[in-house]
Design a protein around this ligand. Sequence first.
Ligand code: ADP
Ligand code: ZN
Length: 215
Amino acid sequence: MKVVLLGAPGSGKGTQAVNISDWYEIPHISTGDIFRSNIKSSTELGKKAKEYIDKGLLVPDELTIDIVSNRLNQSDCKEGFILDGFPRTVNQAEKLDGILKEMGANIDVVLNIEVEDSQIITRMAGRRVCPKCGMSYHIDYNPPLEGDICKNCGETVVQREDDKEETVLQRLTTYHKQTEPLIEYYEKVKKLVTVKGQDNIEETTSCVKKALGGI
Ligand code: ADP
Ligand code: ZN
């Protein structure tokens, strides 16, 4: 199964990507996670990416496309993968088409998680993430253990640098301008399936399951 996930920041893409990766036993490729791990270990890529991420802007394509291309060409992606956070621009989508063509592969489905802006802003304020294993939480909808402890690995969860309100607003603007046109891009080739992202994670998960069920 080869899946692309679309959705605004905070739409719950990452949470659903983990589910889909488990169901189909396919690698979860998150460009955001790749950048964050590079930032953490202070690589050249991390230093450059941080400047954009902290402002709520997209990391330039010349830093992004090769990373995804290299990752998709690793052997564990042969049977499938789930792309979370890529493509984010029409140019990236066109580049992805080229990469897949060379691999002799095709996207099976583009899953679009739809959430209203007002809901996203409320959600982001409560989002916490585990700096060690990447698991994401919400203080009300999906809380970590007592004392802000990650259920998965025991680390203390934190608020992401780019989840501050000003940055969230910029990320939303960036999404509407640069990423939303991908909905039409994938609609045209009949790959798009849209589900409503609700605050109840289990409900969203069951919608996602149903949407992928026929595939
Ligand atoms: P979210 O979807 O919640 O905004 P991500 O973890 O997917 O968070 O991405 C965090 C940041 O990393 C983005 O705001 C952007 O700056 C950068 N980023 C991630 N993926 C890409 C991409 N495909 N192209 C450009 N920048 C990206
Ligand atoms: Zn953890």
